[in-house]
Design a protein around this ligand. Structure first.
Ligand code: SF4
Ligand code: SF4
Length: 407
């Protein structure tokens, strides 16, 4: 019980109030309410955060065989909604030895679910749908089952040849942008080139996020240690990311899970660009005709690391773009359905959730949904496609790159 036992006190402190679950009302208007997205698709208490905590308790007491828990525990997108709404998660934990208030919470249900996944995974119990992802991580160091040597195939040769060995910034690309959404990687590099940023790339492996989220902590840690070694070799002060999952991994997981005292700062490209806009170093060209867009908050960057405003501020700074908010937004945002390994293990659940999100965009009459996460882009695009492509899903860097000029 390597992963769950250290959290036993938290598991037992659950009040069973059910606030983390929320109500589950799906109306024909497309308006729905439940804090846990899984509960909307699987409306049984055993799938909710409260239900998962009850199962954790039974597991700790040796009352439940692990093989029967797999689908209940792994059906979690790791959206963090339960932690944001649980009343005990708002109360800091006091260390009674030192009498000091700590940064830890009395109860962090999302963290417990993640640890529960790790606990089952370490004993060989996990959904079979994760096998390809797991093999890919171990053999190829990425989530796409693609050769590691082809990670930078998208990079123009002249840019590759001009990159220095050491630089102030490292651009950490991430797996999906390296192999599937190379438009994001290319747009980011074009922006960095336009703005004369002193950057380089490293021999990166997957950031590890997907593996922490499915409970394979060992693979995630190996990936993180490799990346840290490469970052240190590049002598960088800052890491720039264009992917929400990498942002969370490098900014939060590396420090929390590896307990490393990291001497690097992690910036999402939107944070870097926002500083350029504030200092009037860039100009954003007007769009041809007024464009109504919505911004989708990826859970990993928003609800886990509080990155809500820079992407919105940048969109608002483009003359001609009208930014609208979907019913669920910012801290109350709704998951695209893909996170936590759901897209691999339970693709039908992922599609139902992403379709609900696309419906929210349709409800406010926008034509485009913009985000900062290739996994969200993949999930929301699939849902839009299934509905006859009523919504175009784009990444923020693509929108900005077309309109950004150095002053
Ligand atoms: S996890 Fe928190 S919100 Fe959910 S039932 Fe337990 S105490 Fe209530
Ligand atoms: S993290 Fe999200 S999906 Fe997972 S149990 Fe909590 S609310 Fe449900």
């Amino acid at each position: 019980m390597e992963y769950l036992r250290p959290l036993k006190e938290q598991v037992y402190s659950c009040l069973r109030c059910g606030i983390c679950r929320g109500d589950c009302v799906i109306e024909s208007s497309g308006i729905y309410e439940a804090f846990c997205p899984i509960y909307l698709v699987k409306p049984h208490d055993v799938f909710t955060p409260r239900g998962k905590l009850m199962l954790a308790r039974a597991y700790l007491e040796g009352k439940t065989p692990p093989e029967q828990l797999i689908d209940y525990v792994f059906a979690c997108t790791n959206c963090n909604n339960c932690t944001l709404h649980c009343p005990l998660a708002q109360i800091p934990r006091v260390d009674y030895k030192t009498k000091q208030v700590t940064e830890a919470r009395l109860l962090d249900p999302a963290k417990i679910v993640e640890a529960f996944k790790a606990e089952l995974f370490s004993k060989g119990f996990y959904p079979k749908g994760l096998n390809t992802l797991l093999e890919s991580g171990k053999e190829k160091h990425n989530v796409c089952f693609e050769p590691h040597e082809e990670r930078f195939s998208w990079l123009p040769r002249e840019v590759k040849e001009s990159l220095p060995k050491q630089a102030k910034y490292v651009y950490f690309v991430g797996c999906l942008s390296s192999y599937r959404f190379t438009n994001i990687a290319k747009a980011t590099v074009e922006i960095l080139e336009k703005l004369d940023v002193d950057y380089t790339l490293i021999d990166e492996w997957c950031c590890g996020s997907s593996f922490w989220r499915i409970g394979d902590f060992k693979t995630a840690e190996e990936m993180a240690m490799h990346n840290l070694k490469e970052i240190s070799r590049a002598g960088a002060e800052y890491i720039i990311v264009s992917c929400a999952d990498s942002y969370r991994a490098l900014k939060k997981d590396y420090a929390e899970k590896l307990k490393e005292d990291l001497d690097i700062k992690v910036l999402h490209i939107s944070e870097l660009l926002q500083s350029f806009v504030k200092e009037n170093k860039v100009k954003l060209k007007k769009v041809e005709s007024v464009l109504r867009v919505a911004y989708h908050d990826p859970c990993s960057a928003a609800k886990h690391v509080d990155l809500y405003h820079p992407p919105r501020e940048l969109l608002k700074a483009i003359p001609g773009i009208e930014l609208f908010e979907m019913l669920h937004n910012k801290k109350g945002s709704f998951c695209c359905g893909a996170g936590g390994g759901i897209t691999y293990a339970y693709p039908d659940v992922a599609l139902k959730l992403s379709s609900m999100r696309i419906q929210e965009a349709l409800n406010i009459g926008v034509k485009q949904v913009i985000s900062i996460c290739p996994l969200c882009e993949s999930s929301l695009s699939k849902a839009s496609e299934a509905l006859g492509k009523p919504i175009e899903v784009l990444d923020l860097v693509e929108v900005l790159n077309q309109r950004l000029e150095r002053t």
